[in-house]
Design a protein around this ligand. Structure first.
Ligand code: MRU
Length: 344
């Protein structure tokens, strides 16, 4: 299974997701600006993956500091954390990871610069290890919702590539397949950035999991026909009431699922829960460049000088979510206080 991001020889090694599926190419960042560019350009993307990338980027900023003044380094870390926070607005894992790194830096009185650098490096590596562990737990819990013969629809990419390894929304699929369940996965292409067509179907092929690529507009057709009987997606931010932000188009699927009585499952680690917001209305939706809509693969497909909208995420209300799978277990709707209690 692909490792999306790792700390290697004091550099951050990542797979370039903009080159997939045509080229399997890795690149290394040796300074934090390179990580910022990778997150903004979506060479690395997916909520948990960008969280770990930000944490490792902060470490790069620290290890590249050549002075021996702890306070000066802390001031530098503060600036880097702010810059990291300005890369992408919706996935809360990014802010969760930055906050965790900030806490390590500022909650200790460091005697030496080297000790502070080491503590930050240890924390980022721990975060990456915990991500894989959480994903496998979600895979195991989520697999109990999957049966032999299921035809599962997924949207965007919630696989290994969206995390350090093993994925969120796809983790129960990986787990079930390993258990020998006979399943088939339907993959939405996921316009405008095509994470389904470029990344998810590539992951399915790599793992030999039977899968079919469809365009986003075909999902309703297959639900009505009875071909699809379950939906699994990841999330970028979950409010305390269970409203779920995920890739644009997720809400449409949830409405369709309700109409066709198809269970709609969200798989996300607790680092995706924003305990500070009571409902999904408070989630900031990233608006991305118009060219993602007017062009495909660099080729213009729409006229010049037109009005274009490009919200990258939408919010699915909790009433349309059948259950949320986290590394702590499965929460079934109605969520009531269940999500809030995960914090305790
Ligand atoms: O814009 P992206 O590709 O970063 O969006 C990613 C998604 O919406 C995923 O489905 C989401 O991060 C959940 S899976 C980890």
């Amino acid at each position: 299974m692909i490792k999306t991001i790792e700390w290697k020889n004091d550099k951050v090694k990542m797979i370039d997701q903009l080159k997939l599926p045509l080229k399997e190419e890795f690149f290394e960042c040796s300074d934090y600006k390179c990580v910022i560019d990778a997150i903004k350009s979506m060479k690395i993307r997916g909520a948990p993956a960008i969280g770990v990338a930000a944490a490792m980027g902060i470490v790069l900023g620290a290890v590249n500091y050549s002075g021996n003044d702890v306070d000066e380094l802390l001031r530098k870390i503060d600036i880097i954390c702010k810059e990291m926070g300005n890369t992408r607005p919706t996935a809360v894992n990014l802010f969760w990871a930055i906050e965790r790194m900030r806490k390590v830096a500022f909650s200790n009185t460091w005697g030496k610069v080297e000790d502070l650098k080491k503590a930050l490096k240890d924390e980022a590596i721990k975060m990456a290890d915990e991500d894989i562990e959480a994903n496998k737990k979600m895979g195991k819990f989520g697999a109990t919702l999957i049966k032999d013969g299921d035809n599962i629809l997924t949207h965007c990419n919630a696989g290994s590539l969206a995390t350090v390894e093993y994925g969120t929304g796809l983790a129960p699929i990986f787990w079930s397949f390993k258990e020998g369940k006979k399943i088939h996965v339907y993959v939405d292409e996921t316009r405008p950035k095509l994470q389904g067509a470029r990344l998810t179907i590539w992951e399915m092929k790599k793992e030999n999991i039977p899968a079919t690529l469809i365009t986003d507009s075909m999902a309703g057709y297959f639900m009505k026909k009875g071909t699809i009987n379950k939906i699994f997606v990841g999330s970028d931010r979950i409010a305390v009431n269970g409203d779920v932000a995920n890739k644009i188009g997720t809400y449409t699927l949830a409405v369709l699922a309700k109409e066709h009585n198809i269970p709609f499952y969200v798989v996300a680690p607790t680092s995706t829960i924003d305990f500070s917001i009571s409902s999904g209305d408070k989630i900031i939706i990233e608006e991305r460049d118009k060219s993602e809509v007017t062009h495909i693969g660099g080729v213009q497909i729409a006229p010049d000088d037109i009005s274009v909208a490009n919200p990258a995420f939408d919010v699915t209300p909790n009433k349309l979510v059948t259950a949320i799978v986290t590394e702590k277990g499965i929460l079934r709707s109605p969520f009531g206080e269940k999500i809030k209690n995960l914090r305790l």
